[in-house]
Ligand binder design. Structure first.
Ligand code: BTN
Length: 235
């Protein structure tokens, strides 16, 4: 298992950008950069990620032993790890689910986002988890947690859970991760709209394939493979 080396900073523009620089510099797998606040936190599709004090902002440096086409599977490993970590804290009666490709939802609202970016010959995997506060329409763990909320114990548990699942994935491949992800997936067999860069597609969310690609069935019965885009559920 990876021996994580955690570096915590009071403020950084973005832990993700910082880890990408470290990848370029040739640093090894297992470096973790955490910031208590970010001034230029960003999410997928170049969106801003609000980063006030009290939430988890962390990026890890990875050098997986896999083909570039398989590396996207790691973001599913990461969302499962966040999900397993949340299980240790969430109070009963709340509904947790995974939204393609890598959001974690509680009661249908986003509690965590994940971003996986390639840089030179390695990857930066970024985790944002709303612990104390969340933007409008999102949710924080504080809202559903019975005990005391703290960022650092959550970070350590998440690294442990991610380390276990990442090792399992490196050894056995994607199938078990895929199966576990689908068991918790939001909206399987439900109607969804996928917003691609230049068009919208409506259909039924059937499954994810062996690469993490979303398989959408159009009304005509035609199957469409979606590799990137935003997904909206109609119910
Ligand atoms: C998303 O849902 O679009 C992904 C959000 C990822 C946010 C995290 S916070 C830590 C790391 N640093 C960043 O600038 N982004 C990621």
């Amino acid at each position: 298992m990876i021996n994580w080396k955690v570096h915590t900073y009071a403020t950084l523009p973005s832990t993700q950008d910082y880890v990408k620089e470290l990848v370029e510099e040739g640093l090894p797998e297992g470096i973790v950069v955490q910031a208590l606040m970010q001034t230029k936190g960003h999410g997928r599709h170049g969106r801003k990620w609000e980063s006030p004090m009290g939430n988890l902002y962390m990026s890890v440096l990875l050098r997986p032993n896999c083909a570039v086409e398989e590396a996207g599977q790691i973001s599913f490993v990461a969302s499962l790890a966040v999900s397993d970590t949340i299980d240790k804290y969430i109070a009963k009666g709340h509904d947790k689910s995974l939204k393609w490709p890598n959001d974690v939802l509680i009661d249908g609202k986003k509690v965590s986002g994940i971003i996986m970016e390639k840089e030179a010959d390695g990857y930066a995997l970024g985790f944002g988890v709303n612990i104390m506060s969340a933007p409008e329409d999102a949710i924080a763990l504080q809202d559903v947690w019975t005990g005391q909320v703290a960022v650092h114990p959550f970070r350590d548990t998440l690294l442990e859970e991610f380390g276990k699942l990442y090792a399992l994935w490196q050894k056995n491949g994607f199938e078990l991760i895929r199966k576990r992800w689908l068991e918790q997936a939001h909206g399987v067999n439900k109607s969804i709209t996928v917003n691609l860069a230049n068009k919208k597609i409506d259909g039924t969310f059937r499954t994810i394939d062996g690469h993490g690609t979303l398989m959408l069935e159009e009304e005509s019965g035609k199957e469409i493979a979606i590799t990137s885009g935003d997904v909206y559920f109609s119910d």
